[in-house]
Structures are given as structure tokens and as C-alpha cells.
Design a protein around this ligand. Structure first.
Ligand code: HEC
Length: 140
């Protein structure tokens, strides 16, 4: 083998190792991670409404695993999106459920600072990941 061939083989071998390392990473479950970080304190890790903060709330958080069942088997995606985003919920009256659209916008603003980014796309991506996760934990 000529020296340049050896270099090429080493390079390819290196690439193979790197891709193997990347592929071996555990899959990141964005929706699950987001749920466990932000929602489980009230809705419970299982989504059944038994989080640690429940005793401090005026209203008990609904069992999120029954949303489809209670809606003729169809997950009420639009309603859920609006409740989580919080934009179209009147600010008067009691609302124990945090307004995640606003919280996410503030958090992203602190993170990205002066960089150019699309705040709405980031909020949407997070909420859609959550909806996809909640869909997976539905009781069928
Ligand atoms: C501080 C406690 C708390 C946290 C944290 C919380 N929720 Fe809630 N959530 C509630 C309560 C209480 C309700 C019932 C409505 C109300 O009182 O505002 C609710 C209602 C909901 C509903 C409406 C269910 C329906 O019947 O339509 C959805 C969907 C939901 N929450 C999802 C989430 C998601 C997703 C997160 C995390 C991003 C989250 N919640 C975090 C307390 C919480």
C-alpha cells in the first residue's frame, strides 16, 4: 500500500469509528424529556395527574393519559396546543397551568440573546414534541 492509500484507509477507519460512536448514543426523546422537565411536577411522570405539586394547586391537573378516551378516541390536538401555548386562554379567573408559550419564549430569548433565530418556530417545535409524547401515553 502506498503512503497516501494508508492515509485514506486511516481516514475512513476514523470516520467509521466516529459514526459508530454517534449511532451508539441513546436516542434523545425530546417530548419525553420536555414532559419530565416541565410537566411531571403537576401532571405526574406518568401523566396521570399525580405530580408532587398537586397539593399546592387550586385545581387538580387532569389525567393526560385519558384525553383521547374522553374525546371519542381522538386526541384533541388543537385544544391541547392552545392550553399549553396559553395564548388564547383568558388571563382572568384561576389558571394553575403555566403559560408555556410565554415561558419558552423568555427562556429561548435568554439563551439566544442577540443571535438571529425564529422564536415562534422554537415554541412550536417544543409544543409539538410534547403533543407527540402525550399521544404516546394515551390509554387506548
Ligand atoms: C403548576 C402545575 C402544572 C404544570 C407544571 C403543568 N400543568 Fe398542565 N394543567 C395543570 C392544571 C391545574 C390543569 C387544569 C386546567 C387549569 O386549572 O388551568 C392543566 C391542564 C392541562 C391540559 C388540558 C387538558 C384538557 O383537559 O384539555 C394539558 C393538555 C396540559 N395541562 C398539559 C401540560 C403540559 C404539556 C405541561 C408541561 C409543558 C403542563 N401541562 C404543565 C397544571 C399544570
Amino acid at each position: 500500500m502506498s503512503p497516501s492509500n494508508i492515509k485514506v484507509s486511516l481516514f475512513v477507519f476514523g470516520l467509521t469509528l466516529i459514526s459508530a460512536a454517534v449511532l451508539a448514543q441513546p436516542k434523545t426523546d425530546l417530548g419525553k424529556r420536555e414532559f419530565e422537565n416541565n410537566c411531571a411536577s403537576c401532571h405526574g411522570v406518568s401523566g396521570k395527574g399525580n405530580g408532587v405539586l398537586v397539593e399546592f394547586l387550586k385545581r387538580s391537573p387532569p389525567d393526560l393519559t385519558l384525553l383521547a378516551k374522553k374525546n371519542n378516541g381522538i386526541l384533541p390536538m388543537d385544544r391541547m396546543y392552545e392550553v399549553i401555548e396559553g395564548r388564547n386562554v383568558p388571563s382572568h379567573g384561576s389558571r394553575d397551568m403555566p403559560i408555556w408559550g410565554r415561558d419558552y419564549r423568555i427562556k429561548d430569548g435568554e439563551y439566544y440573546g442577540e443571535m438571529v433565530y425564529d422564536p415562534e418556530a422554537l415554541v412550536r417545535a417544543r409544543i409539538l414534541a410534547l403533543l407527540e409524547y402525550i399521544n404516546r401515553i394515551q390509554v387506548r
